[in-house]
Design a protein around this ligand. Structure first.
Ligand SMILES: NC(=O)c1ncn([C@@H]2O[C@H](COP(=O)(O)O)[C@@H](O)[C@H]2O)c1NC=O
Length: 532
């Protein structure tokens, strides 16, 4: 297709905030005989890079207006983007004094980067509002609508491939399929941009730090991080998407080595990271299998924590996903090398540790940065979303830590001082096990975990059986209340030293009586932590 601009000249309109790669792009197009047109700041950048540019002011009769609010918003510019390749449109365009653009290269004001900026810098609402790009999205939508003639380029990462296609093309233009693909990407981008603006303004209204409201219309914006090998099973396909986020998380981590990540790996690694974040005031390790912890431990060093996590349940950790609260050192790597693990997630890996683990090239290592101070990106709600046929279940995440003021010893027998740290530890672990869940733990190490059971007594039996003789003197934590006194009786039979559970059953008194009969102290937390 020859350019509908008359005299065969091709034109690119450029207006960008991220100038990465722009001089090279414009320079190459220029050498190919293209005219480059730009808004003022972009033009200045290109001129300083030695590229000849024509300013949009030639068409609009004015430069940037209202401190940047009006730059490209003008009929002559938009007609040049929206004109179809037919005589009627092109004649009208000519009458208007416009020129037809073949490429529109735009990226927006960095609204998202401002919103996601972390730390102690609250938003300045005036700055935030000025970062709402109006002309850029308008240009992009116009070009995307007119993709039959115009190519819309919205990402520096697209430049090289598009130039390549252009060079190879006998007609000197991108293929219709490429233009359509670019248009799809462009409309996705403008939709995501507006969704972020709407969510952010809603947060401004509610107060930046306030819990985000569950919206009446939910826009989910996430970019595909990678395709998973498959979904939960090999006959399902799966992918991992990431959402704007400033804290450590698996989709924002660095994958340092290993086989391609699977859907289940990411689910388990995220569960491991969530648990380890709760234990991160000390060197800690945990192992996850099928969404539930099979071991967790704290110690004075990360190597010892891992060793204790392994010893918690040496059978179940096989093929597990491990998370650590401190950088992985050589001593820890040596211990991990002995077992088949699927994934290790940690703040970082020391070079010696990496050298050791390189001997297991299939083992996936994910570095997520410091785990303490874990938090949400300011302004970006991180609802938990799960799909059900015909709908979505949305909730705020279970971020509630143990509420010390709510802890209540409900038995006459008091909790021995020495057991309090274990009660807190076991409680934090049971919160991350699938319901119904029971955790038996001693001296900062789980000894038996029963999870995902359809009744509580089976979960307790499983946990106690896994702990074996080690249950004597250990503590027992339950994610939900006891509907009957059976768990207490079982715990007493095996010498459990103290119990922690939410309380709140109509039959609490039966459990309390059974505990007192056995001289077994029991604490109510007043909070339950179901996890399905
Ligand atoms: N208002 C407008 O007419 C307008 N047209 C383009 N922009 C944006 O302004 C930026 C480029 O401006 P400059 O070339 O002046 O640095 C781009 O990010 C582009 O998306 C505009 N700015 C904001 O809406």
């Amino acid at each position: 297709m020859t350019s509908p601009t008359g005299n065969g000249v091709r034109r690119a309109l450029m207006s960008v905030s991220d100038t990465q790669g722009l001089v090279e792009l414009a320079g190459t197009l220029s050498q190919m005989g293209w005219e480059i047109w730009a808004t003022d700041g972009t033009a200045a950048h290109l001129e300083s890079g030695g590229v000849a540019v024509r300013r949009l002011a030639e068409l609009t009769g004015h430069g940037t207006l209202l401190g940047g609010r009006v730059k490209s918003l003008h009929p002559a510019v938009f007609a040049g983007v929206l004109a179809r390749a037919d005589e009627a449109d092109l004649t009208e365009l000519e009458r208007l004094g416009g020129v037809a653009f073949d490429w529109v290269v735009v990226n927006f004001y960095p609204f998202g980067a401002y919103v996601a900026r972390g730390g102690d810098r609250p938003w300045d609402v005036r700055e935030l509002v000025e970062l709402i790009d109006i002309g850029g999205p308008a240009l992009v939508r116009a070009a995307a609508k007119n993709h039959e003639r115009v190519a819309v380029v919205t990402e520096p990462s697209q430049y090289a491939t598009l130039l390549d296609e252009l060079r190879r093309s006998p007609s000197g233009s991108l293929s219709p399929a490429t233009r359509r693909r670019l248009a799809v990407a462009a409309f996705r981008l403008t939709a995501a941009y507006d969704a972020l603006v709407a969510a952010t303004l809603e947060r401004v209204e509610a107060g930046e730090q306030a819990e985000p409201r569950l919206p009446e219309v939910l826009h989910l914006v996430a970019e595909r991080w990678r395709l998973a090998r498959y979904g939960e099973n090999p006959h399902q396909s799966g992918a991992i998407y990431r959402i704007p986020w400033s804290g450590p998380s698996v989709p924002w981590g660095n994958v340092l080595q290993g086989k391609e990540l699977s859907y289940n790996n990411v689910a388990d690694a995220s569960a491991a990271l969530a648990l380890i974040a709760e234990l991160a005031d000390r060197p800690a390790a945990c192992a996850i299998k099928h969404g539930s912890p099979c071991g967790a431990a704290v110690a004075d060093t990360v190597a010892r924590a891992y060793e204790r996590c392994y010893e918690a349940d040496p059978v179940s950790i096989f093929g597990g996903v491990v998370a650590l609260s401190r950088p992985v050192d050589a001593a820890t790597a040596q211990l991990m090398e002995r077992t088949f693990l699927e994934v290790v997630v940690a703040p970082s890996f020391e070079p010696d540790a990496l050298a050791i683990l390189a001997k297991k090239p299939r083992l996936r290592l994910i570095e997520v940065g410091p785990i303490e101070g874990r938090g949400r990106a300011p302004g970006w709600p991180t609802w938990e979303v799960r799909s059900v046929p015909g709908g979505l279940l949305v909730q705020t995440p279970d971020e509630l830590d143990l509420v010390e003021e709510q802890l209540r010893t409900v038995t006459q027998t008091p909790v021995p001082d020495a057991l309090w740290p274990d009660l807190r530890f076991a409680w934090r672990v049971v919160k991350h096990a699938r319901s119904n869940a029971i955790v038996v733990a001693k001296e900062g190490q789980t000894l038996g975990i029963g999870a995902g059971q359809v009744n509580r007594i089976d979960a307790a039996r499983q946990a106690i059986q896994r702990a074996g003789a080690r249950a004597a003197g250990a503590v027992l934590a339950s994610d939900g209340f006891f509907p009957f006194s059976d768990v207490v009786e079982l715990a007493a039979e095996h010498g459990i030293g103290a119990i922690i559970q939410p309380g709140g059953s109509m039959r609490d008194h039966e459990s309390v009586t059974a505990a007192d009969r056995a001289g077994l102290p029991m604490v109510f937390t007043g909070v339950r932590h179901f996890r399905h």
